[in-house]
Design a binder for this molecule. Sequence first.
Ligand SMILES: [Cu+2]
Length: 314
Amino acid sequence: MRRLLLLLFTGVVLLTGVLAVGARPAAAQTAEPVKIRVPITEQGFNDKPGNFTINVRQGQLVEITFVWDQKIHMGDEHVFVLDGYNLETKTINASDREATWSFVADKAGTFRIKCDLECEIHDVLKSALLIVTPAGAAAPAGAAGATGPDSRPKSQLAIVAPVGSARGSQVDISVTASDAKGAPIPAARIVLAETVQFYGLDPQTVEVASATTGKDGVAVLQYLPRRTGERALKVMLDGNAARAPSSLDLKLTIGDGPATYLVEPPAGIPGVNRFLVSAIIVTVWGTMFIVTMHVVAIARAGRNGGPGEEARDA
Ligand SMILES: [Cu+2]
């Protein structure tokens, strides 16, 4: 059975790969880019330690600006390259701080961004990732229904997130929402949903974080991972009269950390959680134990005490 499932899974993965490769690159959906600014500091990309990812949908016009913002190695220079897209920035340094890529993310897949110079902080600038979700994958709900294609102007999302974290360590996920013209969408609610599976039930999608975009269209979702492994997340922007909804998948790899659910139950899980299951198990077995003890006591009383009382009566 296991082997069959594994075979089936492998087949699906291969098929998905073939479909992704075979899919024709979508034309640019919008005239204006999603804009992402990436500060470069001694901490690394995005002023944070550890690797990070930029997530966009295939076909999106993307603008990534690297901003030199170092505090210690003032003589450092960088040239950033993007594998797969053959993009290279000009040199940035203390006197010429910004370099921008503007391109259509027409190739789906995961592509490495790194500094191509042997700079002082090279170790932290080796591996950021651009993740381009295939255009056909998980089309936003309502994009095409029984009433035909959504006629509302498209909205678009770009996500800047770490590659992963540890269980119990909060992850900041920065989401930029922009309209069809690339203008930021302010005061919009961004929801982070996680697909989780409990005790053999069907996978459920639960909301794990939400945030509202500011004037710049940016919202920071604060995600507290409670499970290890590769987590399947989805970032969602609701549609309204002025715009169609958008969503973008995000994967985070979560390593071992403090077991948060021993302290507090997982949030947002309707009905089922570890505490409830533990409580039910303890109650059921506890009740059975007490009943068994009573039955044994009654049986003993019946065997030993019964005839004795009859004898006394006689
Ligand atoms: Cu560098």
